[in-house]
Design a protein around this ligand. Sequence first.
Ligand SMILES: [Zn+2]
Length: 298
Amino acid sequence: MEIKKETQVHSSGVPTQVQLEAINAQARAKMTAEQVYVFSLRLCDDQVDRDYERFDTAALPTLARMFIGKTGIVDHRWSSDSQVARIFAAEVVREEGVSYIKAWAYIRRGGNADEIIADIEAGIKKEVSVGCSMGFSKCSVCGGEYGICGHQKGESYDGQVCCAILQEPMDAYEFSFVAVPAQRSAGVIKGMGGKQMCLKELAENFGAQAEYRTLYKQAQLGIAYEKQLRSDVVRLCLSLELGVEEPVLRSVMDKAGAEELVKLKTALEARIREYMPVVTQLGLGNSKQETVESGFLI
Ligand SMILES: [Zn+2]
């Protein structure tokens, strides 16, 4: 899933010698301390945010490494000159029980960049939007996969408020300075990031989790029903002693659709009633439950 959060620019200034070496490891041309402006950013932390999501503490070191080398852009008007800032170092910092990724970025001084530096210094460009992709979202209540388990973010279950714990960092994206910090609600967008999404992620992004869960359960019941139908038809064929082996029958039925199976089952049952009325009454109903796997019974 694509995650996008807002954060803030913290400190700023001239790079230290160590920082300059890290910058030059990222930069194409060797730069001097006077040529670059350094600032730090607090990226993701492991606290529950207003989306009732939090990054797993154990996922932060991997995510921090993914942010190194990522660039920052300022508005769309900078798109032709988009590599305005670049993260050259990132580490996990723990303060007062909170773990967070602290990143350092540099801007090459001169031209348009000086305007941005001035804005950062003045506190105008203080808000930063960061994005990343996480592979798994865990429910804090039951430990299952959030979105499937049935719990809802922000709702209380026996006094415990449900949140989604974001795990398995996949990628970190470029960050951008938020031009209008006042629009806080606009800053947190679960963007598509130009990547393919699965149906579950789409449902999460557009607030259709409940509908998705309902459809998912219905689909599982549908799968269970079709499986049951197949077993019934195979069993009916076997009871008619057609002389065909069970694996062959199963292979044939696996290729049949639900509608065909229903027709076949009706015809076979009619035929069995014709030949073996007593067996039908005694045997057909009882074994039905056995083949439904408990995993489908939600
Ligand atoms: Zn849950």
